[in-house]
Design a protein. Structure first.
Length: 457
């Protein structure tokens, strides 16, 4: 059923005061769907009323799915008892994420309604750098000992698993919490009750350090197809795990950030309709200002060679096509290289291989586009449209410019992102808008150079 249809059903049940049916209908839904619907409820009191119809488990799962503004409004509307019930049901890493988004007054209230042990765990997570693996891990995992039997392991999972974020993957630690092995519930199920864990646990454990970048951790989790990645401190002591849902969130945030940077927008994690006009302006204007100023380089080139170009006006008419073709060529390769850098497929050591490949690709593309352009100018523009100013030499200048500028654009488009990463910048900032500006200037210089050489202007 579509979301709009679901909303209509909820509104009908609410309007007819069939609260029992409404409660059952809401609790039968997935928490993510509930959150999406309740976020679209304009009446704050009505939203709170709907939320209070949820069971404790559904309420907690739904609360985590809300955006920060909705969470803040609900916390304000909650009594301390209601807030504590929600906080008791959500996982510690989710609680830490919520606290990071809240103002100080709300944070104090949240911490006041958590028990000392939970509060300590939350504070531990919050101490890690924002982009580190430690900041997205959860300390709620199942740990076992190597001398346990399978029966002992199942007893421990049953006793402690109810409060863990995942129980499928279990980690084996020694008396000092050093990570020494890993196994799954499947491993336990296929062994006899009296088998010792040490005999079949996996000892070659892949883990991530608390201070490693969270994007790196998420990519590692994806690379090895893990449901969870163990997080260790500098002494290889197990302090938490990163689960697949958190990794997906990180990768989604990073991809969104890259897309925004590639479009010359300062990154923001606020939903589109919840971002104010002034805030949107602040995110977009810096790059627009920089690109506008950098575009004056192109204007300066045109001004410098204005007299030469005006001596053969037909050349001016094709400047937009030449600049667009170069910008598009550079944009294509920059996006490809930025994505390859993000996936770890390309690095600084590969720069000459990349340049050599793009020179060859550019040559093939340039020959193709240059030939088509020459044929179009001579057969269509000159013969059909009757543009007598388009002589063979003029058409040759335009076509040769396209050939050379595409090669140059490919080199610029692949080189700048790699160099940006080497210098510690995000390669995404070297995407289409910036590269297009550079390529435009280069294209004009190539165009004017061929015109001066062949046409003697």
């Amino acid at each position: 059923m579509e979301i709009e249809e679901v909303k209509n059903v909820i509104e009908e049940l609410y309007g007819s005061r069939e609260i029992g049916k409404l409660k059952k209908y809401l609790n039968d839904m997935n928490p993510a769907d509930i959150a999406q619907i309740l976020e679209e409820v304009d009446d704050e009191k009505q939203r709170v009323f709907f939320f209070r119809l949820l069971t404790k488990e559904n309420a907690a799962d739904t609360f985590v799915e809300f955006d920060a503004d909705t969470q803040e409004n609900l916390i304000i509307a909650f009594s301390d008892t209601e807030l504590k019930e929600v906080l008791d049901e959500i996982y510690i890493d989710d609680a830490a994420d919520i606290i990071e988004e809240m103002p100080a007054t709300i944070v104090k209230r949240i911490l006041k309604n958590t028990d000392p042990k939970t509060r300590e765990a939350i504070n531990t997570i919050l101490k890690y750098p924002e982009d580190s693996a430690g900041s997205i891990m959860t300390p709620e995992f199942v740990d076992l000992k190597k001398d346990m039997t399978v029966e002992d392991a199942f007893k421990r999972i049953r006793r402690t698993g109810v409060n863990k974020e995942t129980i499928y993957t279990c980690y084996v630690t020694d008396s000092s919490r050093h990570l020494i092995g890993v196994l799954t519930v499947k491993d336990l199920l296929i062994h006899d009750y009296d088998d010792i864990i040490e005999d079949f646990m996996e000892t070659n454990v892949i883990s991530i350090n608390t201070l490693d970048d969270r994007e790196t951790a998420s990519k590692q989790l994806s690379k090895y197809d893990f449901l969870a990645m163990p997080v260790v401190d500098m002494e290889n002591r197990l302090v938490g795990i990163i689960t697949i849902d958190d990794a997906i969130d990180v990768l989604q945030e990073e991809d969104t950030e890259d897309i925004q940077k590639m479009a010359a927008i300062l990154p923001t994690d606020t939903p589109y309709f919840k971002t104010g006009i002034f805030e949107t302006w602040k995110k977009r204007i810096p790059w627009l200002m920089l690109l506008m100023i950098s575009a004056t380089i192109t204007s300066q080139i045109l001004t410098t060679f204005e007299q030469k170009l005006s001596s053969m006006a037909v050349l001016i008419a094709f400047i937009p096509m030449i600049m667009d073709t170069g910008g598009n060529s550079g944009g294509q390769v920059s996006v490809t290289i930025i994505r390859s850098l993000s996936l770890g497929e390309v690095g600084l050591k590969d720069i000459f291989r990349v340049i050599w490949k793009e020179i060859r690709v550019g040559a093939v593309c340039g020959i193709s586009l240059g030939a088509v352009c020459f044929a179009k100018l001579m057969l269509f523009d000159r013969l059909v449209l009757g543009n007598s100013d388009l002589s063979v030499t003029v058409s040759l200048v335009i076509s040769l410019t396209i050939f050379v500028e595409i090669i140059m654009a490919k080199i610029i488009g692949c080189t700048l992102p790699i160099l940006a990463k080497r210098l510690g910048f995000d390669p995404a900032v070297m995407a289409s808008p910036f590269i297009t500006t550079v390529v435009d200037a280069v294209s004009l210089l190539v165009y004017i150079g061929f015109a001066a050489l062949i046409l003697r202007i």
